[in-house]
Design a protein around this ligand. Structure first.
Ligand SMILES: [Zn+2]
Ligand SMILES: [Zn+2]
Length: 312
């Protein structure tokens, strides 16, 4: 695949810094990519040549019990492009023809690079069985949090509160339809009390920030019988939680990795403009500015939300 666009994901920093559990080195990261097929290994895939595509990043054994159940993200020999196979921070990459989705013309390259995180968000919300009219609290105002608002709205959820740390991102949360926003820098120690008094407990919680404090807060903010999905990257940090909060409230906590079965749904959401992803792309750059671009995103400089590398 000749790449046309690759988006920077904050997970890439833990990979590059050697803190990611499943990354294998040396590795070219980059898992939010799109491009054009320029060559194939098997003649039966010839129809793909010249097509604009995205492809699911997984590579699995196909033989373990999880694979046979179709839960490929649970494969005991799970591998993923950008984690332990070379990814999109390059001009070319190799993927499996079976994993390819041909892009409809309605999806421009920059939007296509955001299909992967959208598919992860759909996976998370499906996994917590988000239902019509649920009350939802999202922790984190990064790209995953912003996508979560939009996808949740399509799924019939309007009562959404977001906790984040950046006013420009929280303003965007409101634009995308969040009813209430809370900046933890301003709320300080009163954060949880203020969220509870102004918004209340939530049926569903999406923890997208990757902060272990937010994991504890997710439990505090969940309604009895609530469901929590953890979509952040917590590296190997420890969270302080009170198990009886989970027990007494009968909570269910789901860990979310990857996006089995949700890519076509993400493509549908973007192609039909049910969600709008281009406005997340605040910066465009080229691979020869790799270091500067990563530093900018990591330090959240210049009000960056999503930065994409453009090729060619
Ligand atoms: Zn990502
Ligand atoms: Zn397997």
């Amino acid at each position: 695949v000749q790449l046309s666009c690759t988006a920077i994901c904050t997970t890439d920093f833990s990979i590059i810094e050697g803190k990611h559990r499943y990354a294998a080195y040396p590795i070219i990261p980059g898992h939010e990519w799109t491009g054009t097929v320029i060559n194939i290994a098997d003649a039966k895939d010839r129809y793909l040549i010249g097509k604009r595509i995205v492809a699911e990043n997984y590579s699995t054994c196909g033989r373990c019990s999880a694979c046979r159940l179709g839960a490929w993200n649970l494969c005991t020999d799970y591998q993923e492009i950008g984690f332990n196979k070379n990814g999109g921070y390059a001009e070319y990459l190799v993927t499996r023809a079976n994993n390819v989705h041909i892009l409809p013309p309605e999806i421009p390259d920059e939007a296509a690079a955001l299909i992967e995180p959208t598919a992860v968000v759909v996976h998370g919300l499906q996994h917590v069985q988000l239902e019509l009219g649920n009350r939802l609290i999202i922790l984190g105002d990064g790209p995953i949090g912003l996508l979560t608002i939009q996808v949740a709205r399509v799924m019939g959820v309007d009562n959404i509160a977001v906790i984040g740390g950046y006013d420009n991102r929280l303003a965007l949360c409101k634009e995308y339809g969040a009813k209430q926003i809370f900046n933890y820098h301003n709320e300080g120690d009163n954060l949880i009390n203020n969220v509870l008094s102004q918004f209340g407990l939530a049926d569903r919680i999406a923890e997208t920030s990757g902060s272990v404090i937010a994991v504890k807060q997710s439990i505090e903010l969940a309604q009895r019988g609530g469901k929590i999905c953890l979509v952040g990257d917590y590296e190997d940090k420890q969270a302080f939680i009170i198990p009886n909060d989970i027990l007494i409230k009968n909570l269910t906590i789901f860990g979310i990795t990857a996006s089995p079965g949700t890519w076509e749904k993400a493509i549908y959401l973007i192609a039909t403009k049910k969600i709008e992803v281009i406005s997340l792309v605040t910066h465009r750059t080229t691979l020869n500015k790799f270091k500067q671009a990563l530093k900018m995103v990591q330090n959240k400089e210049d009000s960056v939300i999503k930065c994409v590398f453009k090729f060619g």
